[in-house]
Design a protein around this ligand. Structure first.
Ligand SMILES: Cc1cc2nc3c(=O)[nH]c(=O)nc-3n(C[C@H](O)[C@H](O)[C@H](O)COP(=O)(O)O)c2cc1C
Length: 255
């Protein structure tokens, strides 16, 4: 049984919430999935003050005291995660953005490998697709295997035709996440992912030291020596490219 948790960034139970319910019902009907909806508005989330303590000393030294870790534990306990938000002024809602900012250190030290994620955006008229792309990009940066998200338009009043389209879109979307949940949890990295990993780890190794949490995290994970974040079978071409990326970054760091 796979566990999927949807994090919903809206204070009201309207279209975003309804879309998530539809999506999860459809996902459950595909089998072997249990779901939970987490309304971010039910949790205390402070606004990041930008001190970067989490980057440097580690997230446990963050001066803010809120429910960040409770929410991270929920993500950790899930096989799949959904980020859902209404479109507010062509972006995610403030509550969703606050949540993502609180995960800022995870972009430095990704930890959600082996898990799937996707996104749902509800909009009135326009701009939601870019937000879906943004949330999918965020999910990738956090370490998730991303199943492409969807944007639903919920202009009121909704006609019957619009409702059919709305539900059809979410049914197709649920199949994408279901497929992703049943695929290999540790996919072979793309060339771009490999480049990002090798260049980041080489610059962290050469430019930081033991006083930095990024450095000790990468060191303790064995990432200074590994081919990628996790064991992945790579062909000769990717192995050579990986060495080249390390070399390019070490030359840059030594300048
Ligand atoms: C502050 C605010 C800003 C909004 N900005 C946009 C927008 O830029 N583009 C859009 O298509 N809809 C916009 N909308 C409409 C909402 O995205 C739409 O009503 C959506 O269904 C809201 O989700 P909810 O029903 O879950 O609250 C905005 C709504 C609010 C309240």
């Amino acid at each position: 049984m796979k566990k999927v948790t949807a994090f919903v960034g809206t204070a009201r139970k309207k279209h975003t919430y309804y879309a998530v319910r539809q999506f999860l019902n459809s996902l459950q009907s595909l089998g072997d999935v249990e779901c939970e909806i987490v309304a971010l508005s039910d949790y205390k989330l402070e606004t990041c003050v930008g001190c970067k303590t989490c980057f440097i000393k580690g997230e446990s030294s963050c001066p803010l005291k809120d429910d960040r870790d409770v929410l991270i534990e929920k993500m950790m306990a899930s096989d799949g995660v959904v980020f859902a938000s209404p479109n507010y002024a062509y972006q995610v809602s403030a509550i969703m953005k606050t949540f993502l900012d609180r995960l800022g250190f995870v972009f430095h030290r990704p930890c959600f490998f082996g898990k799937a994620c996707t996104s749902i955006v509800a909009q009135g008229i326009y701009g939601g697709r870019k937000i879906v792309k943004y949330l999918d990009f965020v999910g990738h940066g956090l370490g998730f295997n991303v199943a492409r998200g969807s944007c639903v338009t919920a202009l009121e009043p909704m006609s019957e035709k619009d409702k059919v389209k709305f539900n059809g879109l979410l049914a197709a979307h649920s199949k994408r996440l279901h497929n992703r949940l049943s695929q290999a949890p540790y996919p072979v990295p793309s060339l771009l992912d490999l480049m990002r990993f090798r260049m980041a780890r080489t610059s962290i190794r050469l430019m930081l030291d033991e006083t930095s949490r990024d450095y000790t995290y990468y060191r303790d994970k064995g990432w200074f020596e590994s081919d990628y974040f996790y064991p992945a079978s790579m062909n000769v071409f990717k192995n050579a490219a990986g060495r080249l990326f390390d070399y390019a970054m070490s030359r840059n760091a030594n300048k």
